[in-house]
Design a protein around this ligand. Sequence first.
Ligand SMILES: [Zn+2]
Length: 163
Amino acid sequence: MGFDDLLAANAEYAKTFHDHEFDGKARRGVLVLTCMDSRIEPLAMMGLGIGDAKILRTPGGFLTSESLVGCIVGIHKLGVNRIMVIQHTRCAMASSTDDAIRKIIASSAGRPADDLVLGADTNQRGHLASDIATLRDNEFIAGHAEVGGFIYDVDWGHLTQVL
Ligand SMILES: [Zn+2]
């Protein structure tokens, strides 16, 4: 398969690229933590464009230690003052257990996956509430950024704030 198709598309993209001197700060002050799901277009679905927002993507949109670092650096170095945690409908990480996903991986990989820690959680709303509380309580975030929890409907395109 390789990457040639993507590099060819990039060559076309670079021909009309014009954001040469931008400093990389989030121009709209937004950081989005959301799922890796390919049905989610974090910029397009909120009218954002290149340079407007920091985007962190994890399986499930769940907060991880690395994405927490991204939030803190985003606030204190890159102009972030609003954090959106966006989970979504029909998310594999919120409709399966680690056991079930491990079985799929083991079958696909042809080797045991018993030791993989995946972090799936069928209590999606509870997980979102916990992640929002963690962010709001963090000493480097509290008082520096507004934090909201959202659900995105991948079938209809609607984004709703739930926390
Ligand atoms: Zn997902």
